[in-house]
Design a protein around this ligand. Structure first.
Ligand SMILES: [Mg+2]
Length: 258
């Protein structure tokens, strides 16, 4: 079930579903107060929802596809078991081997396409839902990954209308994904605020915080139970200023960050 967040008194998204910069209408409904100047910018995967849930529904779609194609030698739950066991990057190869199916490049490409295009069975983390339902600051998303896949996740979560600006870096020129600063610079062009007025909330120190820190943004790491990536930064430039385990602590973290 998708969660639909209250949209009354939100800044109105003008080009949701389109590319960014300038990506948003700054019209505010007359009955609403202007939101605070701070701009909250969120990552998507393992920040607003658990990426493993997307993986699980994607594996189900892939195994259903294989079952339709090759019959009942395909054992459902195989890819998920491999994922739980820590296999990364070659789950489909290993699963096909266990099914006795040759992992040709064209079949692997086909399965990746099924995985990326399947209707995601995902939902907001409950604490993310609580925060988004009550916080009134301007908000945006910067997310890496194939743009169509990231857009379908946002649609499945039912949050498209709850964000003022959405930048899937897959819609930018090649090589502009994190840690490239392009998406963060576009957010600043949209907001019209100094870097220090922005806060990036994300989960992956390997790539999420380098660019916003260099631009003077504040940074908060969300370290969720069930996350995929390591929460440990390999250098001070990679790390966030603050780390929280739940969005129930995000308002307090934002106060500390300023
Ligand atoms: Mg992430």
């Amino acid at each position: 079930m998708s969660c639909v967040l209250p949209s009354a008194c939100r800044w109105l998204p003008a080009t949701t579903g389109k590319t960014a910069s300038p990506c948003c209408d700054t019209t505010v409904p007359s009955s609403c107060e202007s939101p605070p100047a701070h701009v909250l910018v969120f990552d998507l995967d393992d920040t607003l929802y658990l990426e493993r849930d997307f993986a699980r529904s994607g594996f189900t779609a892939v195994e259903t596809h294989l079952n339709d194609k090759y019959g009942n030698r395909v054992s459902h739950g195989t890819c998920w078991r491999l994922f739980i066991e820590g296999a990364r990057g070659k789950i489909f190869d290993l699963a096909l081997k266990s099914f006795g199916i040759e992992a040709t490049p064209s079949l692997l490409d086909e399965l990746v396409q099924v995985y990326r295009s399947h209707p995601p069975q995902i939902r907001l983390c409950p604490d993310a839902y609580r925060f988004l339902a009550t916080d009134r600051r301007r908000r945006a998303i910067i997310t890496d990954g194939p743009a169509t896949m990231q857009r379908s996740k946002i649609a499945a979560l039912g949050i498209e209308e709850s964000f003022d600006c959405i930048i899937p870096t897959g819609e930018l020129a090649k090589g502009m994904g994190k840690p490239h600063p392009m998406a963060f610079e576009q957010i600043m062009q949209w907001s019209g605020e100094l870097g220090e007025m922005h806060i990036y909330i994300a989960d992956n120190p390997a790539k999420d915080f380098i660019a916003p820190r260099a631009l003077g943004w504040r940074t908060v790491q969300i370290d969720r139970v069930g996350r995929i990536h390591s929460p440990d930064a390999t250098s001070s430039e990679h790390g966030a200023e603050l780390r929280i385990n739940t969005f129930d602590d995000l308002s307090k973290a934002i106060e500390l960050a300023h």
